[in-house]
Write a protein that binds this ligand. Structure first.
Ligand code: BG6
Length: 511
């Protein structure tokens, strides 16, 4: 690994600055799925890359009874099992484990928060963390309010009930389950915390390739002049997963694809593609521009929205069960696992340009892609040209996997006659930088340690996204006429999704 770093000039300077302010990280929901799959491995990688401050320690808090040592064993196991941990160094695990403690308690128990406070005070004395705390709330959103209230009552949100810049809180998505609950949640949190203390995470914003949308658009002079309704025919966004719901039946029954993906990850992608150039990449400028895009999206016409639910089928040649047969899913469930929408961003830049977005579980493959389809050349002077497979100019941003950017161009096929065919100009992240991507959680936890809210959602952004999808969710809830399942696992979704785009004389790309 070290050799790759030495020989590849593109790798140089990739190391981010470490966070320097001493801090304790408290994880609520410390034995949950997200913590063990993502957060603990991310912490390990940060410690191993020496990006966390020297004065750093971790406290896990959850309902289960566990000793410090048992929790340390959980930490070791989750690091050992993680596919995201890059270099195994037992000393680093030992060091992180030694700095980790565990506290069991329920969120309605004031006594547990008093005990937490005592542990944090002890740690301050031991590690010199100086009252700086990050509370990572990795629990269902229904618990955010009570947790913040308990923190406040235990004097942990800042002195004398005042917001303190020493205290930051990270909350996981989904933030609420509709507009009303998201607003209520924002109100509850803002009663005890300032907006600048709240870090609403959407891990898509921590992905390198998602951030590269901004670099591609705003660090190159050639795209911005053609990035609008005069040159862009349409935009297609696909967020496809080959996985099903992975044992999360109870969660998914409450959520569905719109709440799980479109309201958050999907909206982030649309806002980065659609936003005006921000004055700077600081939290206020960037988030101001992002939210404007979401606010400009025309209310969704339910006739331009397709929902689907997978039945049994085959993924990668393996037979898989239908959604209704998954554990903890109702055999009569009406929860959509697929959705496709046609959206319009009603502003000067995008008037009339359709944004097609689709997302689904149990698709043929895992792929997230944004394709900007440019308008065709207005006139082809090659009278006798034979046009083979003309796709027109498409700029495809491959978010994952096989991260990169492809520009489709028309080219002359070698030979005596004028034959034209689409070819690809390709940039591949892996081949160019030779870097393993840091997991989005590493980047985002580090940003929080540095006090940088740029890549986190602001209250108004979350509410704007709910305001958009809420009426659709209600319309779908009230209309049970749809027959589910309506697509086979391993297919690209229901037929109606094809028809949605075919009506406009277009087709979904095969990403
Ligand atoms: C999560 C969703 O937010 O994102 C999951 O809850 C989904 O259902 C996941 O699988 C996808 O994330 P990624 O990083 O694998 O694209």
């Amino acid at each position: 690994m070290a050799t790759t770093e030495l020989v590849n000039p593109f790798r140089q300077g990739l190391r981010e600055d470490r966070a320097t302010r001493p801090v304790q990280l408290v994880i609520f929901g410390a034995s949950g799925d997200l913590t063990t799959r993502k957060l603990l491995p991310a912490l390990y990688n940060l410690v191993q890359a020496e990006l966390v401050p020297e004065n750093f320690c971790v406290v896990g808090f959850a309902r289960n009874e566990m000793t410090d040592d048992e929790y340390r064993a959980t930490l070791r196991a989750s690091v050992a099992k993680s596919g995201e941990v890059r270099v195994r160094d037992e000393h680093v695990v030992d060091d992180l484990a030694a700095r980790t403690r565990y506290l069991s308690g329920t969120f309605d128990d004031a006594g547990a928060f008093a005990r937490l406070r005592a542990v944090l005070d002890e740690n301050d004395a031991k590690y010199g963390t100086d009252g700086n705390r990050i509370f990572y709330v990795s629990t269902p959103a229904s618990l955010f309010g009570i947790i913040v209230e308990q923190l406040h009552n235990a004097g942990l949100t800042g002195g004398d009930g005042k917001a303190s810049e020493k205290v930051r809180i990270i909350v996981e998505k989904p933030f609420g389950r509709d507009l009303a609950s998201a607003k209520a949640l924002n109100d509850e949190m803002l009663r005890y915390l300032g907006e600048d203390q709240i870090y609403r995470i959407d891990h898509y914003l921590g992905k390198e390739t998602v951030q590269n949308i901004l670099v591609l658009r705003f660090a190159n002079g050639i795209f911005e002049p053609i990035w609008d309704r005069n040159y862009v025919d349409s935009v297609q966004i696909t967020v496809a997963e080959s996985l099903g719901i992975e044992g999360r039946g109870a969660f998914y029954e409450e959520t569905g694809v719109v709440r799980d993906i479109l309201q958050n990850h999907g909206m982030q992608l649309i806002s980065l593609v659609g936003m005006e150039p921000p004055n700077s990449f600081d939290a206020r400028d960037f988030r101001d521009e992002k939210v404007r895009v979401i606010e400009a999206i025309r209310p969704i016409d339910v006739k331009e929205a397709v929902r689907g639910q997978y039945g049994p089928g085959f993924v990668n040649g393996q037979p898989v069960a239908g959604y209704r047969e998954e554990p903890n899913v109702s055999p009569a469930s009406m929860v959509p696992t697929f959705a496709a929408l046609r959206l319009f961003v009603d502003n000067w830049r995008w008037a009339g340009v359709p944004f097609y977005i689709r997302s689904g579980k149990r698709m043929p493959k895992r792929v997230t892609e944004i394709a900007i389809q440019f308008k065709a050349a207005p006139h082809l002077p090659f009278r006798k040209a034979q046009i083979e497979q003309a796709e027109g100019n498409v700029l495809a941003l491959r978010i994952q996997p096989d991260e990169g950017v492809t520009l489709k161009l028309e080219a002359k096929v070698p030979g005596p006659s004028m034959r034209i065919r689409s070819v690809a100009m390709d940039f591949s992240y892996g081949a160019t930088f030779g870097a393993e991507d840091a997991s989005p959680y590493e980047r985002l936890i580090l940003d929080c340690m540095k006090g940088d809210q740029t890549l986190f959602d602001r209250a108004d952004g979350v509410e704007a996204a709910w305001a958009l999808v809420d009426p659709l969710l209600q319309a779908w809830d009230n209309d049970k006429s749809i027959a589910f399942p309506n697509y086979a696992a391993g297919s690209w979704g229901p037929k109606a999704a094809e028809e949605l785009i075919q009506r406009d004389g277009r087709a979904w790309r095969l990403p």
